[in-house]
Design a protein. Structure first.
Lengths: 366, 87
């Protein structure tokens, strides 16, 4: 997504906005500043680029603003949960807190950063004048942040080693479904049970739309046999991006940046390390996440003493669903096919301990 | 006389733009969205439409004028270019 130029980011191009309810409130009511001041600097004194959801939006949208403040998009608890586990402490060390502030907290979003502008972490800038968009345009907001993995999987932009691209998710093509067709208001606005991680009581499941698959009620023999032991993606996903070795630091001027190795397109079936009522399966799809024992070493030594507390091959739900895949073409396409499974030889030696609960020791027989 | 009115209006508008949007060449701190202070002490929407329209006149004048914004905006330092690889 090409960034907007600075002027473009703040250009209120839609005169009609001023006739809307939000427009009638006036700029200063939400953004502060001093509209009577002479000169730009004085006029911008105290200006709030991204009005606080609770302090501003909740004046009229109280319920949704209140729940949104508890959503993972607002709290970033998903990150913090993983940080805390690998750090071995609920409270982040000052070094990790600094690193989190420099490199992670920018992924926070707000009411305005979806409904009015592009998220700051995606470059910012008004979406369409100052119009409030509901639902937000997924190409400028959702995939502005969830781009390199979800966007490319979902739209079929991932490139195959042998040339060509992987197919788009059938929900996108031919389905034509946008993100919010599955990830609805309640999930986006935190109107769900409290979550420490995005997969805690996930608000959306495949069976929400495909209830007949459960237990093979659709008369599909494969669903009868496998739906209780295999996550849907094991049979219906294809290769997806895996990321390795992200390291973060700041420049001499204090600008945060990262370096990460090129991603790898691969498909790994592994054991389900944390079965739950919602995810009871024995086998799931795993994606290597970019963390590395030395990811934050710029900020200090041994900042992740419990690095092995979580697998680096993490439970995943790739957004590239296909009805027919190489592995569901026949029984033998999967059973006994070592290339599909996360075996110890595919794991870096220093990550074997972290992944011991997800590595497949014995392949399902032919 | 009929020509004088547009001229007078133009002069007033120009004066207003200069007063409301003028920025010294040395001012590089607040010309773009990304460099503005992120103060959260924001007022709640309680002004009347008339009050809002009056108080916001300068904001609207600048932020609806592409030429003014293009003249005043300064591209922020692209720190992200230091990063290597997919984010």
């Amino acid at each position: 997504m090409p960034p907007l130029e600075a002027w473009e980011q703040v250009f209120v191009s839609d005169d009609a906005f001023f006739e809307t309810t939000h427009g009638q409130l006036g700029c200063i009511a939400c953004h502060g500043g001093d509209g009577r001041a002479a000169g730009m600097e004085a006029a911008h004194t105290g200006l709030v680029r991204d009005p606080d959801s609770i302090e501003t939006c909740s004046s009229c949208h109280n319920e949704i603003s209140t729940t949104d403040a508890m959503s993972l998009h607002s709290t970033l608890d998903g990150y913090l949960t993983v940080f805390a586990e690998r750090a071995g402490s609920e409270e982040l060390s000052p070094e990790l807190e600094l690193a989190f502030g420099n490199h992670c907290s920018g992924c926070h979003t707000s009411c305005g950063q979806c409904h009015v502008s592009r998220p700051t972490s995606a470059g910012g800038g008004l979406l369409d004048g100052h119009s409030f968009k509901n639902p937000p345009p997924m190409n400028l907001t959702c995939t502005g942040c969830h781009g390199s993995r979800i966007n490319d999987e979902y739209k079929g932009k991932n490139v195959m080693a042998e040339g060509g691209t992987y197919p788009a998710d059938v929900h996108f093509n031919p389905g034509g479904m946008a993100c919010f067709d599955c990830h609805g208001d309640a999930e986006m606005h935190g109107d769900v049970p409290a979550q420490d991680h995005r997969y805690d009581d996930a608000a959306v499941e495949c069976i929400d739309c495909h209830p007949d698959v459960e237990g093979g009620a659709d008369d599909n023999q494969q669903h009868s046999i496998h739906s209780e032991t295999l996550a849907c993606q094991v049979c219906h996903s294809v290769d997806y991006k895996n990321c390795y070795s992200c390291h973060v630091q700041t420049s001499d001027e204090g600008t945060p940046y990262f370096r990460i190795e090129p991603s790898e397109m691969a498909f790994y079936v592994g054991k389900n390390a944390e079965p739950t009522e919602q995810r009871p399966w024995s086998y799931v799809v795993l994606r290597h996440v970019p963390v590395d024992p030395e990811s934050f070493s710029f900020y200090g030594t041994d900042l992740l003493p419990e690095f092995d507390a979580r697998p680096t091959f993490a439970y995943a739900t790739p957004h590239n669903i296909q009805r027919n895949t190489p592995q569901n073409a026949s029984c033998d396409a999967c059973h006994g096919n070592e290339s599909l499974f996360l075996t110890a030889d595919k794991v870096l030696p220093e990550e074997l301990k972290a992944n011991q609960d997800v590595i497949v020791d014995v392949l399902p027989g032919p | 006389m009929r020509k004088a009115a547009p001229r007078l209006f133009g002069a007033l508008l120009l004066g207003f733009l200069i007063a409301g949007c003028s920025s010294g060449a040395e001012d590089t701190t607040t010309s773009t969205e990304t460099t503005l202070p992120d103060d959260t002490s924001v007022t709640t929407p309680a002004t009347t439409t008339t009050e809002a329209a009056s108080a916001d006149a300068s904001c609207v004048t600048c932020h609806t004028d592409q030429a003014t914004l293009q003249a005043l905006a300064i591209e922020p330092f692209a720190g992200e270019t230091l990063s290597e690889g997919e984010g």
